[in-house]
Design a protein around this ligand. Sequence first.
Ligand SMILES: *[C@@H]1O[C@H](CO)[C@@H](O)[C@H](O)[C@H]1NC(C)=O
Ligand SMILES: *[C@@H]1O[C@H](CO)[C@@H](O)[C@H](O)[C@H]1NC(C)=O
Ligand SMILES: *[C@@H]1O[C@H](CO)[C@@H](O)[C@H](O)[C@H]1NC(C)=O
Ligand SMILES: *[C@@H]1O[C@H](CO)[C@@H](O)[C@H](O)[C@H]1NC(C)=O
Ligand SMILES: *[C@@H]1O[C@H](CO)[C@@H](O)[C@H](O)[C@H]1NC(C)=O
Ligand SMILES: *[C@@H]1O[C@H](CO)[C@@H](O)[C@H](O)[C@H]1NC(C)=O
Length: 404
Amino acid sequence: MFSPRTAAAGCGRESRVGRRRGSPARGRTATGTLWLLLLATQLPGSTCPQPEPTPPPPAACPPACECSKGARTVKCVNANLTEVPSNLPPYVRSLFITGNRIARLPAGAFPATLRELGALNLSGNGVEGVEAEAFAHLPALRALDLSRNDVSDFSAAAFGASSALAELVLRGALYNASVASQLGRALGGGALANLTRLDLARNQLIYLPEEALGALPALRHLDLSGNSLVVLGAGAFRHLPRLRSLDLSDNALRRLRGDTLRDLHPPQLALNLANNSWLCDCHLNELLDWLRGNGSALADRDQLLCLDPESLRGRRLLDLPDSLLVCSEADDLSSLQTSYVFLGIVLAFIGVIFLLVLYLNRKGIKKWMHNIRDACRDHMEGYHYRYEITADPRLTHVSSSSDV
Ligand SMILES: *[C@@H]1O[C@H](CO)[C@@H](O)[C@H](O)[C@H]1NC(C)=O
Ligand SMILES: *[C@@H]1O[C@H](CO)[C@@H](O)[C@H](O)[C@H]1NC(C)=O
Ligand SMILES: *[C@@H]1O[C@H](CO)[C@@H](O)[C@H](O)[C@H]1NC(C)=O
Ligand SMILES: *[C@@H]1O[C@H](CO)[C@@H](O)[C@H](O)[C@H]1NC(C)=O
Ligand SMILES: *[C@@H]1O[C@H](CO)[C@@H](O)[C@H](O)[C@H]1NC(C)=O
Ligand SMILES: *[C@@H]1O[C@H](CO)[C@@H](O)[C@H](O)[C@H]1NC(C)=O
């Protein structure tokens, strides 16, 4: 006859039912065993008795949060949390922890049990430090929003060795521009090879974290608007072959060089250059050539305006005749300074040659000095002699008496 005990033995694993049968409380569990037996014979394909179902933990929801199991969403919004709640339910796919006061995100801030977590919103938490491995053990994470924080310390290992992340929003996330190089290392470490969207807007960046842009081969959308970029490096976007949108509006760009522009091809690339500080001088030609050539599909090319020089402020770049594109006084001044530096170098060089000539002629000069010294000595001796003669009292006496 089929008994739970033999079945359990056949499964190579002692079930709780089996243990119970062997226990002294045999009589009390007899009915339970019978019921289980019936269940086991009735369930199709069930050869092993199932262990008594351990009651699932009551769908835990941290007190400060709202959990929706159906939507697999947990929201902990404006709750003054100072750390990520530790008992988040494992079913969560979308997690919003926004408007709290979570200063640091240490390793394991998000427990490895959150295997389905795909979207994580950490906006507006006053986050200052993102530590190593902070997001490392979230295998399903696709979208991360860290906007509106004060990150001043961003670990290069924050994403671990490899991450499935596709969207990263860092809009207004950095404390100041000094964090850019750290961020460059965090994004440029090669962990984010699947990142397709990166939002770095409103971070006061004064230069591009180029290290990052070299390690994001899948990137399609890059938002750099509202920073303080003045120049872009040559070939800044060379390693982003899939780039389809690039927002550089509201920066302080003065000029764009030909070797930066060569990698930008509208209309495949939606490029926004509005609200920059274009300097309309003799160096503008590279940008103008591009705007008239490969850049002619640029959507807002007619709205690009000069900021400097003052005489051309507000003029449209594309309307300017070449005759007005002259280099400003500031540039003349700097070229004047350059020529002063050059003059200084030439003078120093002449000085060195002079000293060298002196050195090579040192024997002749020595001789010449000796001659002069001898001549002087003769001369002085002559004086000395005459002085001694006039100073000798006997001679004065003689001379005075002889005068008499
Ligand atoms: C959070 O803290 C602020 C001030 O400390 C308080 O006014 C507010 O009621 C708190 N909010 C919650 C949800 O506890
Ligand atoms: C994250 O939350 C903030 C604040 O509620 C919101 O403005 C933002 O749109 C959210 N981000 C995403 C990607 O949904
Ligand atoms: C990146 O995407 C590729 C192709 O979709 C996938 O095979 C790979 O596992 C992804 N990488 C990570 C770290 O998820
Ligand atoms: C950024 O903040 C730090 C700490 O306050 C400061 O030392 C640094 O100079 C700041 N950098 C910039 C570019 O303002
Ligand atoms: C340019 O700046 C002005 C004022 O700061 C703003 O109203 C406008 O929306 C900006 N345009 C773009 C395209 O960013
Ligand atoms: C325009 O783009 C083509 C193809 O990428 C390139 O060969 C050419 O040099 C570009 N022209 C200018 C003026 O940059």
